[in-house]
Design a protein around this ligand. Structure first.
Ligand SMILES: NC(=O)c1ccc[n+]([C@@H]2O[C@H](COP(=O)([O-])OP(=O)(O)OC[C@H]3O[C@@H](n4cnc5c(N)ncnc54)[C@H](OP(=O)(O)O)[C@@H]3O)[C@@H](O)[C@H]2O)c1
Length: 245
């Protein structure tokens, strides 16, 4: 029967999912995909209009809630996760889609503040969020953490030293965390996108062939799979999601 198929696709019914950066080009598709599969979706954001747009896109779904905070601030993130557990009793999935890009500069042209910002957005966010989530998930003996790294973690192109270093370090952080969590019932994985077909990328590269770029929805499907019990044997992986790029 058709409704049985529909119920089977609701892999996250009654699951509590935190999507950090859930209003971004990728994060928005991830938030909506989890909502579509029945999750309670808690989103961190910084800019009010971006969260309002996400709420509107969800049809003002009561299963989505937003928290305005700096995901690189340990006190703010610890308080958020404590609040989630107090309210919902658990945390099943963390997706870290916070990040930023800086490129087009040789290393000697790179400002030290920009270097620190890359490390904060692409590395420290993963540390601060995973640390808070892992403590809760270890007590539950279940949970899935997904960190968005990037192809640049492996492919260190010219003009992107700070970005590549921050993504490579994020990958190392997840590898080590995976070893820490082995046998605990808590899984952690990374995905490595190349260029995603976001509005920001279309604006930045108007002459590019957009058809070659994976859509945020395509990558969201991989993230949901890795966060679901369908992927219960995948732990400590770094999955390329380059599409044709
Ligand atoms: N787009 C690509 O082509 C591409 C390629 C490879 C890897 N990636 C990675 O994929 C992830 C998502 O990329 P994206 O294109 O979706 O980026 P994006 O559109 O810039 O979204 C980033 C998200 O992070 C939030 N954010 C930024 N700084 C924050 C902070 N300090 N605290 C809390 N939230 C913060 C943003 O919120 P506000 O907007 O409200 O500040 C936004 O929701 C990033 O890790 C990125 O490096 C993207």
């Amino acid at each position: 029967m058709a409704w049985r198929g529909w119920l089977n696709r609701m892999r996250f019914r009654e699951k509590v999912v935190l999507v950090a950066g859930g209003t971004g080009g990728l994060g928005r598709a991830v938030s909506l995909a989890f909502l579509g599969e029945g999750a309670k979706v808690l989103v961190t954001y910084q800019k009010d209009p971006e969260f309002s747009a996400l709420q509107k896109a969800s049809g003002v779904n009561p299963s989505i809630a937003g928290y305005k905070l700096d995901a690189t601030d340990p006190a703010a993130v610890d308080a958020l996760v404590e609040g989630i557990v107090a309210q919902h009793g658990r945390l099943d999935v963390l997706v870290n889609a916070v990040g930023g890009y800086a490129g087009g500069m040789k290393l000697w042209e790179l400002d030290a503040k920009l270097f620190d910002r890359m490390l904060a957005l692409n590395l420290r966010s993963g540390f601060v969020l995973s640390r808070a989530a892992a403590k809760v998930m270890l007590k539950q003996r279940s949970g899935a953490i997904l960190n968005v790294s990037g192809k640049a973690a492996l492919d260190h192109a010219a003009g992107a030293a700070a970005y590549a270093a921050s993504k490579a370090a994020a990958l190392a952080l997840v590898d080590s965390l995976a070893a820490d969590l082995k046998g605990s019932g808590v899984r952690v994985n990374s995905i490595l996108p190349s260029i995603i077909d976001t509005e920001a990328n279309r604006k930045a590269m108007p002459a590019a062939n957009f058809a070659k770029w994976p859509k945020p929805e395509d990558i969201a499907r991989v993230i949901l799979f890795l966060s679901s019990d369908d992927a219960k044997v995948i732990h400590g992986a770094a999955i390329p999601v380059y599409g044709d790029d």
